[in-house]
Write a protein that binds this ligand. Structure first.
Ligand SMILES: Nc1ncnc2c1ncn2[C@@H]1O[C@H](COP(=O)(O)OP(=O)(O)O)[C@@H](O)[C@H]1O
Ligand SMILES: [Mg+2]
Length: 1018
């Protein structure tokens, strides 16, 4: 492994004295510009050089109609300039069409060209209207390149009416790096993505919600719609941003005003100037990568001023040694000693070359460096000392090994031509995805000559696989393994960075809400001990984004399908904006639920929801966890209409006007629908919820739904209602045996029984009607609606849950999980897994059937849990639960896929369509078993099993989801106590772990054969 040496041996003398080596230093100090010395960026130089005058021209001064866009949109130009430029008339002539053509490629990729250019210039184009016009031109050119229509000028008619529930993702600064995100986001959430090209388009006002913070208001912007259409708009009154990011990178011409506008905002902010500075500081980045991410980095010796405060006092980072200097002038001997120890140390053994360079965000991309052979100790000391003379508190001087790219034998046929030493740089882009998990979005490689670093923008990007193949990694398996390791390394890098950022003060972060959401990490492919090793070079906020976006765009030139990059990034920022949208919203919750819903209170706090809770139990533990507790006994559900009136009165008397109303508690779904209707809020209509809540009604209703291909009737199952023993014979005539007898309004599988004939049905009904009469006999299983039963044909096949998010009848998300065999004759759930092991087409059948059943019942807005069985002839419905999936489902879906059902339910109830992954990708596999008090009570409680499980849960080794604190129901009415699950990279691995655990804890037994339960998951 590289760079793992903690310290270096300290020979008393310098490595190899080499007096003559000073002359080999390729860059002389005198030619270098000190950071901060103002100099125009290369782009601006280009712009002037090419034409001898600035390209910016004021449309007021143009009337010749040479602008192609203006031809098409005669109205656009004048008002664009009203906004973009000041009244200063531009003296420039109108460029000829040829010149405009010339402007194309350069305008497309300013950052690309500029990557290594700015020479430490401090960003300072703040508010320059010239740069805003230029940015607008860049945007038009880029849209044109994409084959998209130019931006439509709609600014004459101000857009009004943006309110509390409108999403606004604001991208500040140059249009290019984020263009793919703007286009994708515009299609996903039309109008939500707004590009702000000028500081004059936005203003900061003190936040009403977060004292000390600011709200960003947009009065103008380019908003993006479906299909790549964009419009220049004015917003009256100004529109409030829910999420802000932009081009913060030092050296970016817009960096100054972008950083200023995005500072200390009250909404989530993707990055900030201070965070970008940290990312661009090689020393800070390497420290994070090595110390926190456990990634190999090039051996690095860093000198900083002792006063520098943004680094840990004692950074124990493998491969990075930090030396603090009181007085860089007077510490020649210390420098000599450190340099000597570094050059002669074990970490340097594999390397022959070193680089001396200043580091810090101001030095980003300056290319300032000198290269030395390891033996030239004196020259290295001299170079370091020279650099130290200009050292400031924000910078460092780095001495680092030049890590050569691994050289592998290139497979035949080999050209006889000499092979030039080449280097491969691997650029990765990682985003902070659902649940703050790092997710690799894209990889792009660049190849260059080995003598100097391969820079972003110096070569066209290429794919990882073909690069590795070109490099001689012939075996596909080896290339896949490297790709996997790269993913792990890049995601570990972001994990490390996020952990470090979380420890910074809000001032250091540039705002309480500022987090790095999009991160670039560069790697080298090195050879260490004859093995290929990924060595992390550094991080950046923008360059990898630009490189990866270019790679993605290039792919389309050869007919490659759109990659994941724009989708993942757009989903990440839109999701963040939605999280901000729900903050501070008043949510009326009907029914608190039991311990299985304990997660709700924590989630509500994290999302910043103001919960007003209507709950039948006046002593409920959640009373103290909510904004308003409204005890109200609604257990007699046959009077839900009356309850709804009372609840509405209660709200009126308290002056409460909730933004949304919902319930995730089975018993309260009808009441919630009635209250929703009374308040005029979004939700499923009460009639629809009633149909779903009553099992026989659901099926009878579906049987009548004969339109559609196939009609929803195809998913229904024959069943008959049983209100008395007299109904049994009639039902037995209509429903074939074996059949299932169960409670009409039941929940939790209580009272469900397989019956082989009418006699068994009579017997079961008699017992049930005797034991379960009202809610007090078994709370929470729907007995408040009575204990009517139904007889239903037994459906063969495998059992599945489909959890759906539906908005205006449109499917926004669906997750399929599998259930193991149930324990007959009762139907106790034994095991489950997520993701489903079904092939995609069978999952699609289940999802479509679930959706059609919901829609046919009138459930068009909400989060629903549909239980189905999949037989040889396709899916059949068991029941629809018109609420989010219970027990472990919310936890598992979040863990495996990222999205939160609870948040989705809140968003739908607010009237906002939740943004969910368009292509859900499982991050892990979960397999779980249910534990029963009757079977496992003793081993769990007495045998210390529960303690062990809690401990393993705390360490993230198992997922524990409790349904009850105490055993619930007894004998044939028993419900599971808890679910224990294990994760694995594959389902087989998850099952193997779980089985081992169950055997170890005594959950597995001949009476409770876990291996058999899990054997269904294949
Ligand atoms: N018609 C049926 N055919 C086969 N199994 C059934 C049938 N009805 C119910 N079950 C089994 O019983 C379990 C509980 O039934 P369900 O209708 O979902 O009641 P609950 O609302 O109590 O969950 C189901 O998950 C399934 O395993
Ligand atoms: Mg069920």
């Amino acid at each position: 492994m590289l760079g793992r040496a903690q310290g270096y041996p300290r020979p008393g003398t310098l490595g190899t004295p080499s007096g003559s080596s000073a002359g080999s230093c390729r860059v002389t100090v005198a030619t270098l510009r000190a950071p901060g010395t103002p100099r125009r960026t290369r782009r601006r130089r280009h712009r002037r050089d090419r034409r001898g005058e600035p390209r910016c021209w004021s449309p007021e001064s143009t009337g010749t109609g040479t602008d192609r866009h203006r031809h098409r949109h005669p109205n656009r130009r004048p008002s664009v300039t009203r906004m973009l430029s000041t009244s200063q008339p531009s003296p420039e002539r109108v460029p000829s069409p040829e010149e405009q053509e010339w402007a194309g490629p350069e305008a497309l990729c300013p950052g690309w060209l500029e990557d290594e250019a700015p020479d430490g210039e401090v960003p300072g184009h703040s508010g320059d209207p010239d740069s805003a016009t230029h940015a607008y031109e860049q945007l038009q050119s880029a849209l044109c390149q994409e084959g998209l229509p130019p931006t439509l000028d709609c600014s004459a008619e101000p857009r009004t009416g943006f309110g509390l529930l409108d999403m606004t993702v604001c991208i500040l600064g140059s249009p290019i790096p984020f263009l793919p995100v703007l286009l994708e986001g515009g299609t996903r959430c039309p109008g939500a993505m707004v590009l702000c090209l000028s500081p004059a388009w936005a203003s900061r006002v003190p936040s009403e919600t977060s004292p000390g913070a600011w709200s960003l208001l947009l009065s103008q912007g380019v908003s993006f719609k479906a299909g790549g259409h964009s419009a220049l708009e004015t917003f009256v009154p100004p529109r409030r941003a829910n999420y802000v990011t932009g081009t913060f990178a030092p050296g970016d011409p817009e960096g100054g005003w972008v950083g200023e506008l995005a500072r200390d905002l009250d909404c989530p902010t993707g990055g900030s100037a201070p965070l970008a500075h940290r990312l661009e500081d090689t020393l800070v980045a390497r420290w994070v990568l090595a110390a926190r991410g456990d990634l190999p980095v090039p051996p690095t010796l860093a000198f900083v001023l002792s006063a520098r405060g943004d680094l840990p006092a004692e950074p124990a980072a493998p491969g990075v040694r930090l030396v603090r200097l009181e007085d860089p002038q007077g510490q020649q001997s210390l420098v000599q000693e450190e340099v000597g120890a570094f050059l002669g140390g074990t970490a340097m053994e594999p390397y022959s070359q070193v680089v001396v360079r200043p580091a810090g965000w101001r030095w980003r991309g300056t290319g300032t460096r000198s290269t030395h052979r390891k033996e030239e100790g004196a020259a290295v000391v001299q170079a370091v000392s020279a650099r130290l003379r200009g050292l400031t508190e924000e910078d460092s001087v780095l001495l680092e090994a030049t890590v050569p790219t691994a050289r592998l034998p290139v497979p035949p046929p080999r050209s006889p031509a000499p092979r030039l030493p080449m280097a491969l740089r691997i650029c990765t882009l990682v985003c902070r995805s659902w649940g703050d998990r790092p997710q690799l979005c894209q990889v792009a490689c660049a190849v260059g000559r080995a003598e100097s670093p391969v820079r972003h923008g110096a070569a066209l990007p290429q794919g990882l696989d073909s690069s590795l193949q070109q490099w001689g990694v012939a075996a596909p398996g080896q290339r896949q393994a490297l790709a996997r390791r790269l993913r792990e390394a890049a995601e570990a890098a972001m994990g490390a960075l996020l952990a470090t950022e979380a420890e910074l003060s809000s001032q250091q972060r540039g705002g309480t809400r500022a987090r790095t959401d999009i991160l670039g990490v560069d790697f080298l492919l090195a050879c260490v001990d004859e093995a290929l090793e990924l060595v992390a070079l550094g991080t950046n906020s923008q360059r990898c984004l630009e490189t990866c976006a270019l790679a993605e765009a290039m792919g389309r030139g050869v007919g490659e399908p759109r990659g994941e990059l724009p989708r993942l990034l757009a989903e990440a920022v839109l999701h963040r904006a939605q999280c901000h949208l729900v903050e501070g919203k008043d949510i009326l919750l009907i029914g608190a639920g039991g311990v299985s819903k304990s997660f709700v209170w924590e989630a509500a706090r994290d999302y910043g929801l103001r919960i007003h809770l209507v709950e039948s139990d006046p002593e409920h533990f959640a009373a103290g966890l909510v904004q308003t507790f409204l005890p109200y006994d609604s257990r007699e559900h046959r009077r839900d209409e009356e309850h709804a009136e009372r609840v509405l009165e209660l709200l009126r008397s308290r002056g409460l006007r909730p933004h949304a109303c919902l319930s995730y508690w089975d018993d309260c779904v009808v009441l919630a629908a009635l209250v929703c209707q009374g308040l005029g809020l979004r939700g499923a209509p009460p009639a629809a919820v009633r149909v779903a809540k009553q099992k026989s009604r659901t099926h009878r209703h579906l049987q009548r739904c004969r339109r559609g291909r196939p009609p929803p009737a195809a998913f229904a199952v024959p069943c008959r209602r049983l209100q008395s023993h007299g109904d049994v014979e009639r039902a037995a005539g209509a429903v074939p045996f074996p059949a299932v007898a169960k409670l009409e309004f039941g929940a939790g599988g209580v009272g469900v029984r397989l019956v082989e004939n009418a006699g068994q049905c009579h017997a079961h009904a008699a017992r049930l009607w005797r034991d379960l009469r009202d809610d007090a006999d078994h709370p929470g299983i729907g007995l408040g609606w009575g204990n009517a039963m139904l007889l239903m044909e037994y459906v063969p096949g495998t059992e599945h849950d489909v959890d759906l998010v539906v908005f205006e009848g449109r499917l926004l998300g669906a997750w399929v999980s599998d259930n193991g065999p149930t324990r007959v004759p009762a139907f106790l759930e034994t095991a489950a897994c997520l993701p489903s092991c079904l092939p995609a087409d069978r999952q699609a059948q289940l999802v479509r059937a679930a959706l059609e059943c919901c829609r046919a019942c009138g459930l068009r807005d909400g989060v629903f849990n549909v239980e189905l069985k999949l037989g040889p002839a396709g899916p059949r419905l068991l029941e629809i639960n018109p609420r989010m999936g219970g027990f472990y489902l919310r936890d598992w879906i979040r863990e495996v896929y990222g999205p939160d059902l609870l948040l989705a339910a809140v968003l739908v109830a607010l009237g906002v369509p939740p943004v969910l992954p368009a292509r859900p990708a499982a991050r892990t596999h979960l397999a779980g078993v249910m534990c029963l008090a009757s079977e496992h009570g003793e081993s769990l409680a007495g045998g210390g099993g529960m303690e062990a499980l809690r401990e393993l849960h705390g360490r993230g080794l198992v997922r524990l989801n409790r349904l009850f604190e105490e055993p619930e129901g007894a004998g044939e009415y028993e419900e599971p106590l808890l679910s224990v699950a294990c994760a694995g990279a594959t389902l087989a691995e998850a099952c193997e772990r779980l089985l081992g655990l169950c055997q170890g804890l005594g959950i597995d037994s001949p009476r409770y054969p876990v291996e058999h339960f899990l054997s269904h998951f294949k």
